[in-house]
Design a protein. Structure first.
Length: 587
């Protein structure tokens, strides 16, 4: 796992026992000032002339060497140009990082043991790479989804002494034939790539953990013409123990040093665990996170989030980025996305509640920040972590009835969705926002003090109305500066009756129930009652409760014998106050 997580594990356990996690303003690797960063970070910028970046990815499983994580060298990042001659090598493209194992993963690899052919296609060396990819012992299914298939079109388009070849070695007189790749996930480097993607011979050397020293390893390029000028098909490119690019007999047993292209858009986080060594957190479609109920703002610096997650994730995390930063599956983070804050909590329940402490400067910066929630499967220090796609926690600005911006605006909100029919929690103050056109076909139930923001251009249609009933439940409706948000409750267009088969109020009491407290500060509200129910107020034989209109436009129509605003058929009128706005009430 990330070093930061190791250091605070005990603290997290105690914090969760109390239902509270206070995260640092930034997560750091032990002994380092490097933060966990969004996306691939420095890995995406790496070239062979840069620092020696490595990534822990996958595990080896060998009867002689044992089982452990694999460390990979980053040869190029983001399709970076070859550092030696300024040309782009086609082996890695934009949005990819070319990785090669730091050490040899096998020392008993033949290029073609029983056949003197030195062609890559159909070779034992290619079969070794295919077996690596097909095995479940090396890479997890989620890691495989982050590996791109690689195609390289090489052709023997040069000639020497009438012999066609593809590449002449930079430091020898060897000529190599083309060794194209055709949608291969794991492969060996070509002689050209081995020459140009390392800073020098020492940089090219690879150690065999089996022998405990530098060893020979295969390339995929067939030898066309040797140093002596002989032509044959029984040798292929290799790198020797001092890092020279040369050749060896295809029947010789050498080392396997596989390479692959990492899809950088699959990386949610990269974490520096020690000098130049990174581990990754990959976006995993099998990891899910949802907000199952209203988010509560407990104080200026604390929010409580009721979550639902997949069974495999063992952490729920809070992430804050810049306001315009975004994550898109298949594309990754938007350009220049910056992490402002990160906190994580160890959890076990698939449906639970977690409380996060926000940074001290949240109130000052909330208008410029975006808050996200995600589920993570956190693994060992040198192992890949996996996370769900981040889910945005909506922060919405609003105005009061006079068009002024309240001190707490913008506020953290739960987005109203078509399936969300239970708003709020008893004894809690919660905020909801309608940001688009949403239709809810079942009746909505309000508990506690619910604040609803009708964003400009949005429309909420609650076909069966909204229940606000009892002394301890209230609904307060707000608008944004344009005041163009709309709410239809018990009606779909302001003229029809969509809850006539009930006796509920459009907004207020249910059947035989009094209305609670309803306040309208802005937007346009259409509320139509069912049989005997008020437009806003009491349900059949229920009192009207308390209704206050400070602004906006309210069109309230009662059902049969129900008031537009106030009491229902057989119910007392309740308390109705109009301080502003436009009111059209029909009973």
């Amino acid at each position: 796992m990330k070093k930061m997580r190791i250091m605070v594990l005990a603290l997290m356990v105690m914090a969760m026992a109390a239902g509270l996690l206070s995260g640092p303003a930034a997560a750091y690797a032990e002994g380092s000032t490097s933060e966990i960063v969004l996306g691939a970070g420095e890995i995406a910028k790496a070239t062979s002339t840069a620092r020696d970046y490595t990534v822990w990815f996958g595990r080896y499983n060998d009867s002689d060497w044992g089982n452990g994580p694999i460390q990979w060298r980053v040869l190029s990042g983001g399709g970076s140009a070859d550092p030696n001659d300024g040309t782009n090598l086609p082996v890695s493209g934009t949005g990819e990082a070319l990785l090669i194992s730091k050490d040899l993963l096998d020392v008993n690899c033949y290029f073609k043991k029983d056949d003197p052919s030195n062609q890559w296609a159909g070779s034992d060396a290619q079969a070794w790479c295919t077996a690596f990819w097909n095995s479940s012992n090396w890479l997890t299914a989620a890691e495989k989804r982050a590996v791109n298939a690689t195609t390289v079109n090489e052709q023997n388009d040069q000639s020497v002494g009438g012999i066609q070849y593809f590449y002449r070695g930079e430091h020898n007189n060897r000529y190599y034939s083309a060794a194209p790749l055709n949608g291969e996930h794991i492969f060996f480097l070509s002689a050209r790539e081995a020459d140009q993607l390392f800073a020098g011979d020492d940089d090219r050397k690879a150690e065999s953990p089996y022998f405990g020293q530098s060893w020979w390893w295969w390339l995929r390029s067939p030898l066309t013409l040797s140093v002596s000028g002989s032509v044959g098909d029984d040798s292929s490119g290799s790198v020797d123990y001092v890092g020279w690019v040369g050749d060896d007999s295809v029947a010789r047993s050498l080392g396997a040093r596989p390479a692959f292209n990492l899809n950088l858009s699959s990386v949610l986080f990269s974490s520096l665990i020690q000098s130049n060594q990174y581990k990754l957190t990959l976006a995993d479609s099998n990891r899910t996170i949802g907000i199952r109920a209203a988010i509560t703002r407990d104080s200026a610096t604390q929010i409580t989030v009721p979550y639902t997650k997949d069974s495999g994730s063992n952490h729920v995390s809070l992430l804050i980025t810049n306001k315009n930063d975004s994550w898109t599956a298949g594309s990754g983070w938007s350009t220049g996305a910056v992490k402002q804050y990160y906190a994580t909590a160890a959890v076990s329940e698939t449906n639970g509640t977690v409380t996060f402490t926000l940074p001290d400067n949240y109130e000052t910066n909330k208008g410029n920040w975006q808050v996200w929630l995600l589920a993570e499967q956190v693994n060992g220090e040198h192992e890949t972590d996996y996370a769900s796609a981040p889910v945005a926690i909506t922060t919405v600005a609003y105005v009061d009835a006079k068009g002024n911006t309240p001190a707490n605006s913008p506020v953290v909100c739960t987005q109203v969705t078509a399936s969300g029919t239970e708003w709020g929690a008893a004894g809690e103050t919660t905020w909801y926002a309608v940001t688009d056109s949403v239709t809810i076909t079942n009746r909505v139930e309000v508990q506690g003090s619910v604040n609803l923001i009708l964003c400009d251009g949005s429309t909420l249609t609650a076909e069966k109305g909204i229940t606000v009933s009892g002394d301890n439940n209230s609904l307060t409706i707000w608008a944004q500066s344009g005041g163009t948000g709309k709410l239809y409750a018990g009606t779909t267009d302001g003229t029809d009756f969509t809850c006539l088969n009930s006796s509920c109020a459009g907004i207020g009491g249910g059947d035989y129930a009094a209305g609670g407290e309803v306040t309208v500060n802005g937007g346009t509200v259409y509320a139509t009652g069912g049989n005997g129910g008020a437009g806003i107020g009491g349900g059949y034989y229920g009192a009207g409760g308390k209704v206050t209109i400070n602004g906006g436009t309210v069109n309230a129509t009662g059902g049969n014998f129900g008031a537009g605003i106030g009491g229902s058929m057989g119910g007392a009128g309740g308390e109705v106050t109009v301080n502003g706005g436009t009111v059209n009430a029909t009973g």
